[in-house]
Design a protein around this ligand. Sequence first.
Ligand code: NAD
Ligand code: 3PG
Length: 581
Amino acid sequence: MAIPIPSSKPKILIPEKVSPDGLALLQGQFEVDEKKGLSPEQLKDIIGEYEALIVRSETQVTAELLAAAKKLKVVARAGVGVDNVDVVAATKHGIIVVNSPSGNINAAAEHTIALMMAVARNIADGSQSIKSGKWERSRLVGVEAKGKTLAIVGLGKVGLTVARIATGLGMRLIAYDPYANPNLAAAASVTLKPSLVDILKEADFLTLHTPLIASTRGMIGANELATMKPTARILNVARGGMIDEIALVEALDKGTIAGAGIDVFTSEPPKPDDTASRLVAHPKVVATPHLGASTKEAQENVSIDVCEQVVSILSGELPRSAVNAPIILPEEYRTLQPFVTLVEKMGSLYTQHYSNHLTATGVTSNNFRTTFDLTYEGSLSNINTTKPLFAALVKGLLTPITSSDGLNINIVNAELLAKDRGILINEHRSRENVENKPYSSWITLRARATRATSPSVSKSLKLEEQEDQVIQGFVSANKPFISRLDRFKGEFVPRGTLLICRNFDSCGKIGFVGNMLGQAGVNIKFMNVAPLHEDAEDGGDDDEEGSEALMILGVDKPVSEEVLKGLIGKEGVLEASVVTF
Ligand SMILES: NC(=O)c1ccc[n+]([C@@H]2O[C@H](COP(=O)([O-])OP(=O)(O)OC[C@H]3O[C@@H](n4cnc5c(N)ncnc54)[C@H](O)[C@@H]3O)[C@@H](O)[C@H]2O)c1
Ligand SMILES: O=C(O)[C@H](O)COP(=O)(O)O
């Protein structure tokens, strides 16, 4: 019998119905498990195997579930609303939450208009009546949309689309949204009002299009309903919970509200005793089972949108619509990616080189500092977002010292993790000295020297504490290069294992180090010598013992501490460190 070989491909779990159009993008490179009908416990039991989770609105992605999701890198919501995802908990775990902010806008807007017309013209009631053999023309007289006031709460993507369609129906449009763009509102012929009450009073139809957040939960309760006209009708294709369902049922019973078209409920699907069930059953309500986004077109859109983002994230790239990180434009990302690699390597070089180098006295010195200046220079100073570069630096600095913790450092949690470790990074942009460089952009990482507050403090400072620690790098042909390390300038590629020696700049050093490595069976793959940088305080000193240089050797295996000790102090090697990328 053949024994199944475990797959080494990253695993993606899809516990809900997601359109196959996007899923096709995942086939081949990932192991995709579509498992519908899992209970929360079953989901928790298996989530630890997966690197990506793709959901719609039914799966509750709780803090408890995320804590069990040890490998999870991304929660992708194939839709807009992420109220079923604990985004704060995801952020803490470094899990990126992505959604599809625009894939189903049109579907939701058209569904709103469909419900409005259905409520206005008693479509559901009329259909049921005729199917039961009746012919009730006088009971089912409706109202027209033309000339009526449509009041919109939340003039975002769906709200504006509803407004544009409703203009074509000849409706008057008003809206309440304290954060709305007045130009977009005016272009859609919507008059913005300063308060909710202002629009409630005038509404013939009230439609809700906000997210479900603290300020919108229960925003339409008994008091609000009481301020509305008895002929008014209410539509909700946004989220259950924004309307007090019991208050609405009572208003419909009393006849103080004429009707409602409801797609979303406080409990989905509603159980018989839930308040939502009373609303669904009410004769003046046209109810649909959260169908706002359920069109073929919208499902194709959101599926492709989030699956593309899952592929990006699992390939180590940035998504375009992260909910818990700023949105980065793809063209910006393309420009930034080589610099992201560079900065991560600069951070890693910093930690490995400064926190672990063997000095002339044979002591391993840790000179790691926690306050950094990260300066983007040349044309890079014009970029819109530096967030990925910031995150890359945190990742580079921390990974050599935290990799055993399994920390997943990314743009989502980098700031938090840096803060937790007391690391402060000040970002700067500079266009100075552009003409002196052979490359258009470069980056400088500087950990400033301890500044003496008095002569006695100055005396007590060790020499290395009195100097800035500097790493500078640039990108050429999409490859990262280090162009300065400490007081030394010289180009080298940060890859593989590097032995970095500080030595007196005189004859015989290379031969001596090469010989020692050879005896230890370590092969040298490439070598660079970096002389003192012109800005270095003792730069240009030609005195044999005064002038120093760095020797950077790419080696084929790690150099043991014993070999390092053998190098130090002899033949003018002053310090040595080994870094691995
Ligand atoms: N039923 C469905 O299947 C379906 C489909 C798509 C979207 N939706 C839901 O529709 C809603 C709107 O989606 P969207 O894409 O237009 O979102 P959006 O973020 O583009 O717009 C939301 C708007 O609400 C406004 N807002 C926030 N708080 C407010 C407050 N307290 N008072 C008034 N306005 C406030 C915001 O300023 C924003 O303009 C969301 O809840 C989404 O989940 C439902
Ligand atoms: O927020 C959304 O995108 C809608 O509510 C759609 O939800 P669904 O994907 O469960 O249909």
